[in-house]
Design a binder for this molecule. Structure first.
Ligand SMILES: NC(=O)c1ccc[n+]([C@@H]2O[C@H](COP(=O)([O-])OP(=O)(O)OC[C@H]3O[C@@H](n4cnc5c(N)ncnc54)[C@H](O)[C@@H]3O)[C@@H](O)[C@H]2O)c1
Length: 256
C-alpha cells in the first residue's frame, strides 16, 4: 500500500508498454494517478498487454516517438482526452550493441532520434500545451547511468542520454519562471527489458554486470518505479533540473 497519493496527477507516458514502464504504471495507478499510455504499437496490440497488467481501463494512444508528426498528433489527442495532464514522462528509449565502426549512419541516426530527438519533439508538444493552458506541469525524462560513463558499442545511446540530461537542465532553467519543472531519472542496470534478456543469455555480460555493481545487485524495476512515484508526488515539489540516479551505485566513478 503506497503512502504517496497522486490523486491530483494526470500522467502521460511514452514507451508505456515496456518492461520498466509496467512497474511504473502499476505504482502510479495504485497511488491514484490517471495514466495515459503511448507506445508505438497499435491499440489492438496494446490492449491485451495493458489488460494483462490488471490496471482497469487506461487511455492508450499509438505514437511512434521517432516520427515528429505522430508525436504532434499523439500529444494533441492525449490532451484532448485529458486536458488536465500535468505530468509527462519521456520514457521510451533503448539500444542494442552497435560499435561505431560497423554502425552505419542510418542506424546511428535512428538511435539518436529514438533516444534524444524524439524526446525533444515530445517536450515541445507537451510544453506548448502547458504554456497555452498555464499548467504548472512536470516533465521527467528517463536517462541512464551510461550518460556519464562511456561504454564500448553504444556511443549513439550514451551520447543521446548525455544530451538528454543537459536538455532537461536547460529546459528546467527556461521554464521555471512558468512554474514548469523538468527532471530526469537515471537507472543503472535494471533486471527488466532487453538488458534482462542479455543478462540471462550472455554469461560474459552477466559476470560484468555483477562485478561493476558496488552494492552487488542490479536495479529492480520496482526501484525505478519508486523513484517516479516520489518525483511525481508533492514530496518532490521543489526538485527541478535534477538527475535522480537510481543505479545501486553502478554510476559511481571507480578505478579497477
Ligand atoms: N533496462 C535497463 O537496464 C535500463 C537501464 C537504464 C535506462 N533504461 C531506460 O529505461 C527506459 C525503458 O527501458 P526498458 O528496459 O523498460 O525498455 P523496453 O525495451 O522494455 O521498453 C521500451 C518501450 O519503448 C517502446 N518503443 C520502441 N520504439 C518506439 C518508438 N519508436 N516509439 C515509441 N515507443 C517505442 C517499445 O515498444 C517498448 O514498449 C528507456 O529509456 C531506457 O533507455 C533502461
Amino acid at each position: 500500500m503506497s503512502s504517496i497519493t497522486l490523486s491530483d496527477k494526470s500522467v502521460l507516458i511514452t514507451g508505456g508498454l515496456g518492461a520498466i514502464a509496467e512497474f511504473m504504471l502499476k505504482a502510479l495507478s495504485a497511488a491514484g494517478a490517471t495514466v495515459t499510455v503511448t507506445d508505438r504499437q497499435p491499440e489492438s496490440e496494446a490492449r491485451p498487454i495493458l489488460e494483462s497488467w490488471g490496471l482497469g481501463h487506461l487511455d492508450y494512444i499509438g505514437m511512434d516517438v521517432t516520427d515528429p508528426d505522430a508525436v504532434r498528433s499523439g500529444v494533441e489527442k492525449a490532451f484532448s482526452l485529458r486536458p488536465e495532464i500535468n505530468i509527462a514522462l519521456g520514457h521510451a528509449g533503448g539500444t542494442g550493441i552497435f560499435p561505431f565502426e560497423t554502425c552505419d549512419r542510418g542506424r546511428f541516426d535512428q538511435l539518436v532520434t529514438f533516444n534524444f530527438l524524439g524526446q525533444t519533439w515530445f517536450a515541445r508538444e507537451v510544453l506548448g500545451h502547458w504554456r497555452g493552458s498555464g499548467t504548472e506541469g512536470h516533465l521527467i525524462f528517463t536517462s541512464s547511468y551510461v550518460s556519464r560513463i562511456p561504454m564500448s558499442g553504444i556511443s549513439a545511446y550514451t551520447a543521446s542520454k548525455a544530451a538528454l540530461e543537459m536538455f532537461a537542465k536547460n529546459l528546467a532553467l527556461e521554464y521555471a519562471p512558468h512554474g514548469i519543472r523538468v527532471n530526469c531519472v537515471s537507472p543503472g542496470n535494471v533486471a527488466a527489458g532487453s538488458s534482462l534478456a542479455v543478462y540471462d543469455s550472455d554469461p560474459v555480460y552477466r559476470a560484468w554486470v555483477d562485478r561493476v555493481s558496488p552494492l552487488g545487485t542490479r536495479n529492480s524495476p520496482q526501484a525505478i518505479a519508486n523513484a517516479f512515484l516520489y518525483l511525481c508526488s508533492h514530496l518532490a515539489d521543489e526538485i527541478d533540473g535534477h538527475v535522480l540516479q537510481v543505479d545501486a551505485g553502478v554510476g559511481l566513478p571507480k578505478l579497477g
